[in-house]
Design a protein around this ligand. Structure first.
Ligand code: ME8
Length: 507
């Protein structure tokens, strides 16, 4: 069955930054893994374009709101193109198909008796587009944006949240893998158990920039309700049905956990729609201890400038390997470059280069599996066994979205392969049958590199493509598992698949 992988849809109020890139890289890697695994996987991302914050920012910039969101949305789409990420669907909340979807959902919720018209009073953060209770504030400010909240009391449509919290709680308790990592699952459970929130305010009357509530033009749909249903808009635009939510993996940052782990699920429960397959929650990247965000300009490194130093695969690899999924991590270009040089240049790049150079020099660029070579040496058998056992551990890591674990596992195998290569010295065989010794060694290494070029392709697709090209392997649709027998490797011109990065900066 096909898989869908979603990122949050990002606010079209500012330019994309490294935090957004991180979410997209995770989702892209998961999509590519599922593509190998089941043959049909879709990556969904997009932009969240309504709401008071965007309306205000657009007014300040002196162009119409629609022009403003068009520009911002375009910046996101362009960045994904430049970073060689190809979303299968880019959802925009100002698109007509999305509007129709939200109107349909609203009508269903009205019919099921989950929406009523009332008043909503509370402390509201415009930046987050969210209400807070007194005890969630820090010195009267929202803890995420550190800006003062406003007292808000307005007529509003209310969603009967409390009616659905128990079924959400039971589901999350019964499904241990549903929200990962575990600490975020516990956070949602705690919230659900302690929540005394009756209703969720799901419409606004004090601005116009939103989808009008069906039958009442005074109200626009609360931007979060509108945004959450964009996932469904995208799945449907890809030809799927709402049932496909059940095979959808949702990647989100920890800042929007409650919207997904509580409100989204409660809305789905009210609609009797399936829940997503998994919610994968990641931590934040910080710069000098401050969360990278558009409201903190000093934290902004242009992703494309950074990729100019690190390469695209290098950036993806280093962001994924440097930080376990759920944790926060502080970022410096210097440590990213060191990680990349050690993992991709010294370890993987070096192995490819040494092996292909030797085949080119000593074997006329052609390495055939010899017919008579029926038994491998103990060293070779051990490396094959290590590769086989790695494959199942890798699958588990991919399926749990533990991408830093994926990188550690593959890097450990590359390191074993380098040791094997070094010890067997196929350029200088010592045993009585030097040609077999060299051929066996190179054959084992080429097969292993081929496997790596498949199982590592979700993380470093461009390098993996170059490895297969270097080994003369015809490009065809890749499938998991990677251990496929290739009968001959043809090396035309050994080239480096990854050059060491020279970075002179100190940060
Ligand atoms: O919240 N480190 O959009 P948004 C890691 N439109 N990830 C980060 C990050 C950081 N420093 N900063 C942001 C919204 N992110 C809503 C979402 S979904 C239906 C609506 C990532 O533009 C992370 O995934 O503020 C976070 O959840 C998301 O960007 C927030 O993006």
């Amino acid at each position: 069955m096909e898989k869908y992988v979603t990122t949050p849809i990002f606010y079209a109020s500012g330019n994309p930054h490294l935090g957004h890139v991180y979410s997209v890289f995770i989702a892209d890697a998961l999509k590519r893994y599922w593509q190998l695994k089941v043959g049909r996987a879709f990556l969904i991302t997009g932009t969240d374009e309504y709401g008071q914050k965007i309306e205000r920012t657009a007014k300040d910039s002196g162009i119409s709101v629609k022009q403003f969101v068009n520009q911002k949305s375009h910046c996101f789409a362009e960045l994904w193109k430049k970073l060689k990420v190809s979303p299968d669907y880019f959802v925009r909340t100002t698109d007509d198909n999305h509007k129709h979807n939200v109107i349909d959902v609203w009508s269903l919720l009205t019919r099921s008796g989950d929406i009523s018209l009332g008043d909503y009073t509370g402390l509201y953060c415009v930046e987050c587009e969210q209400f807070y209770s007194e005890h969630q504030l820090v010195d009267g400010c929202c803890s995420i944006h550190e800006t003062p909240v406003i007292q808000y009391s307005k007529p509003s449509y209310l969603f009967n949240l409390s009616k659905h919290l128990q079924s959400v709680l039971s589901y999350i308790e019964a499904n241990e893998d549903f929200i990962q990592p575990e600490n975020y699952r516990r956070e949602v459970i705690r919230f659900l158990k302690e929540s005394d929130q009756e209703n969720l305010s799901i419409s606004r009357t004090d601005f116009q920039w939103g989808i009008s509530v069906p039958g009442n033009n005074e109200h626009v749909v609360y931007v979060w309700v509108d945004a959450l249903f964009s996932y469904l808009t995208a799945i449907q635009a890809l030809g799927g049905a709402k049932q496909n939510l059940a095979n959808t993996i949702q990647v989100i940052g920890k800042d929007i956990l409650l919207f997904h782990g509580v409100y989204w699920l409660a809305l789905l429960s009210a609609l009797k729609f399936p829940f997503p397959e998994k919610i994968i929650v990641h931590g934040w990247w910080t710069l000098r201890g401050k969360k990278i965000s558009k409201s903190n300009p000093s934290s902004l490194i242009q992703p494309i400038d950074l990729a100019g130093i690190t390469t695209i695969d290098g950036l993806k690899y280093s962001l994924l390997v440097k930080k376990p999924l759920g944790r926060d991590g502080d970022l410096t270009t210097k440590t990213l470059v060191e990680t990349i040089n050690s993992g991709l240049a010294n370890s993987l790049g070096n192995l490819v280069k040494r092996c292909t150079t030797l085949i080119s020099k000593n074997h006329q660029g052609l390495l055939k599996t010899p017919d008579k070579l029926t038994t491998y040496s103990e060293q070779s058998i051990a490396l094959i066994a290590e590769t086989d056992s790695l494959l199942s551990r890798l699958e588990k890591a991919y399926q749990e979205a533990q991408l830093h674990e994926v990188c550690f596992l593959v890097d450990a195998l590359i390191s074993s392969a380098n040791t094997y290569f070094h010890e067997r010295a196929p350029w200088n065989p010592k045993d009585s049958n030097p040609l077999d010794h060299a051929v066996e060694t190179l054959q084992i290494i080429c097969s292993l590199l081929h496997t790596i070029s498949i199982v590592y392709s979700p993380i470093i697709p461009n390098i993996c493509f170059d490895i297969r090209r270097q080994l003369g392997i015809e490009e065809r649709e890749l499938v998991w598992p990677g251990r496929v027998e290739i009968l001959e490797f043809v090396i035309n011109k050994p080239e480096s698949v990854f050059q060491r990065i020279v970075y002179e900066g100190t940060k």
